[in-house]
Design a protein around this ligand. Sequence first.
Ligand SMILES: *[C@@H]1O[C@H](CO)[C@@H](O)[C@H](O)[C@H]1NC(C)=O
Ligand SMILES: *[C@@H]1O[C@H](CO)[C@@H](O)[C@H](O)[C@H]1NC(C)=O
Length: 126
Amino acid sequence: MIIRSYFICVFAVLIHKVSLQLTVEGFNGGSVVLPCSSTRHGYKPQDIEVFWRHNGSKIVFDIIKGKYLVEQQEPRYKNRTFPEEYKRGNFNIRLTALNHADAGEYTCLIAHSSEHNTVELIIKGV
Ligand SMILES: *[C@@H]1O[C@H](CO)[C@@H](O)[C@H](O)[C@H]1NC(C)=O
Ligand SMILES: *[C@@H]1O[C@H](CO)[C@@H](O)[C@H](O)[C@H]1NC(C)=O
């Protein structure tokens, strides 16, 4: 509950800031890596709080105190999100079994350093 309101508050502040904007292309049925990295290094696991969202609100993936929280995850992303190298300050996720509804905007908010990245995902193929 506390974490949730913290997120909303931080997000509301950051949404007006200019952020890194990237475009990633994937194929229907394939997989992509959605990039998110911090300019800060040497995170302690308990300091890691990362929130991945799709189209502004859908919960794709959260890391809270260094642990993956999948309970809150939107059902459509279940079993399709795989974190990569988060211990080294890369909060990338791999999204597998892509479908057309996965297109759109992904936001990765790194709470501790107030950084956020936006990735536009384009799905190709039929
Ligand atoms: C997730 O994947 C595992 C391993 O492939 C599988 O056993 C499990 O049934 C899947 N769960 C859902 C909800 O799709
Ligand atoms: C997200 O937004 C994109 C672009 O508007 C749309 O194509 C896609 O279906 C949306 N997906 C979800 C799950 O909201």
